[in-house]
Write a protein that binds this ligand. Structure first.
Ligand SMILES: *[C@@H]1O[C@H](CO)[C@@H](O)[C@H](O)[C@H]1NC(C)=O
Ligand SMILES: *[C@@H]1O[C@H](CO)[C@@H](O)[C@H](O)[C@H]1NC(C)=O
Ligand SMILES: *[C@@H]1O[C@H](CO)[C@@H](O)[C@H](O)[C@H]1NC(C)=O
Ligand SMILES: *[C@@H]1O[C@H](CO)[C@@H](O)[C@H](O)[C@H]1NC(C)=O
Ligand SMILES: *[C@@H]1O[C@H](CO)[C@@H](O)[C@H](O)[C@H]1NC(C)=O
Ligand SMILES: *[C@@H]1O[C@H](CO)[C@@H](O)[C@H](O)[C@H]1NC(C)=O
Length: 389
């Protein structure tokens, strides 16, 4: 709107016939003027301390002023998501590359950064993008480097037992949608997640799927408590108890579903309320499963591809593998285990016969196990044919 107002005024002054040639010259300059004004708007929106100018250095082509529009990424979540909801939700056109968006949600430096570095090493950066959400109230020493350098999005405090973790995941999705139209699958990771297959295997498994991988469980223990975490009936009428679902927050969403999340205001408005009961407040483990189950269950494989061991039942924390447990046998066993499909009448085989999806990632590994993982990176972890004799 400001653009139009900006050039209407001088154009009206030019109506005198003697000034006609000058008017023509100015008219030819209009596109430039518009670009200039648009850029001024951006400068006004993006404050000087903003990190966005350096966030996507690979995509900035100084010769093309239009591309500079990309830094126009609002810090306000509502504006950010509204902008992201306007991107093309369709998968990249046939023939064009599909990319994976690796989205890390952290409050600490990434202990397995060297392992991820090795995972990505050798694969074309045309096949993936990395995004990091790092709670700005925490310290990051060592700072993010290598594939993680300049990939931190505008982040906000993210705290367990509150909607802020799910809000951070939504922020990551919005940035990844806006950053690259080729992002096809959007995967969320914590600092204690590690890959247990090669990049090529992971890439081929994910880009060949036209469904999201997200655990969707019904009638889990504490379903009522989790639904009522915002207060009795606080979720009504948008989300009834029988519509409420639980599942791991470590999902991989296809582009259409990432867009669906960015567009959703109705259901998020419920989950984004302040919890009354902190002990059962896990929006990050309920919002995405509930939303996708309500909107497009058939577009989902109702399982997580990130292995986790809850058998130890250590409070609300799953088992953490210590360095001495991290041996080739463990990795091979995690790979041989098959995901648990949701219990919603949709166990992955209702719509396509005989699913046999492998786990691609696993958690939780203690930071001390980095050495053990690096030691078997080439021989086992990223060796897709590795077995234990
Ligand atoms: C979520 O809730 C917080 C705290 O009430 C609020 O500041 C924020 O604007 C809300 N976000 C959205 C996208 O509605
Ligand atoms: C990446 O691969 C190259 C060539 O194979 C190797 O020299 C380099 O050390 C590797 N870097 C990492 C971080 O693994
Ligand atoms: C996925 O692709 C298959 C075949 O290519 C098609 O039959 C199916 O409808 C697609 N499913 C979704 C959810 O797009
Ligand atoms: C159990 O949880 C505690 C902290 O909550 C952690 O220190 C410990 O390592 C965990 N044990 C296992 C086996 O994961
Ligand atoms: C899925 O359900 C079908 C029929 O309901 C059953 O035969 C099959 O074993 C189930 N598969 C898995 C992986 O749970
Ligand atoms: C990969 O695993 C296979 C089977 O265990 C083994 O024979 C091969 O040597 C491994 N490759 C590397 C590079 O270690």
């Amino acid at each position: 709107m400001r653009v139009a107002a900006g050039f209407n005024l001088p154009a009206r002054d030019m109506l005198s016939p003697t000034l006609f040639p000058l008017f023509c010259a100015l008219f030819l300059c209009l596109p430039l003027a518009v670009i200039f004004i648009v850029q001024r708007e951006i400068t006004a929106v993006v404050s000087p301390e903003s990190s966005f100018r350096s966030l996507y250095p690979r995509n900035v082509h100084p010769s093309s002023p239009v591309v500079r529009l990309r830094p126009l990424i609002p810090k306000d979540d509502g504006q950010l998501l509204r902008l992201a909801s306007r991107v093309n939700p369709n998968q990249p056109s046939p023939g064009s590359t599909r990319k994976l968006a690796f989205m890390f949600l952290t409050t600490t430096p990434l202990p397995f950064a060297p392992l991820w570095e090795t995972f990505f090493n050798g694969s074309s950066n045309e096949l993936y993008n990395v995004y990091v959400h790092a709670d700005p109230t925490r310290e990051y020493d060592p700072p993010f480097s290598g594939v993680f350098e300049n990939r931190v999005i505008h982040s906000k405090p993210s705290i367990r037992n509150s909607p802020t973790l799910a809000a951070a995941a939504r922020r990551l999705i919005a940035h990844a949608l806006l950053d690259d139209p080729k992002n096809y699958m959007f995967a969320l990771f914590s600092p204690s997640c590690v890959p247990i297959h090669s990049f090529d295997f992971t890439y081929n498994t994910l880009v060949s799927s036209n469904r999201s991988f997200i655990e969707i469980l019904k009638d889990e223990p504490l379903q009522f408590d989790r639904w009522a975490a915002w207060g009795p009936n606080a979720m009504l009428p948008e989300v009834r108890l029988d519509e409420f679902r639980i599942g791991s927050q470590f999902w991989v969403l296809k582009r259409k579903h990432a867009h669906l999340v960015a567009r959703d205001r109705r259901i998020w408005g419920k989950f984004n309320q302040t919890c009354v009961w902190e002990y059962s407040c896990y929006p990050d483990e309920t919002y995405f499963a509930t939303l996708l189950n309500m909107r497009d269950p058939r577009g989902c494989v109702p399982a997580t591809l990130t292995h986790v061991d809850w058998s130890a039942n250590n409070g609300s924390h799953p088992r953490i593998y210590e360095a001495e447990e991290v041996v080739p046998e463990l990795i091979v066993r995690l790979r041989d285990t098959r995901p648990r499909y949701g219990e919603d009448g949709i166990n992955g085989s209702d719509w396509s016969v005989g699913r046999n999806d492998p786990f691609l990632f696993a958690r939780k590994f203690s930071p001390e196990s980095l050495g053990a993982l690096m030691g078997m990176a080439r021989t086992v972890l990223f060796n897709d044919s590795a077995c234990v004799n």
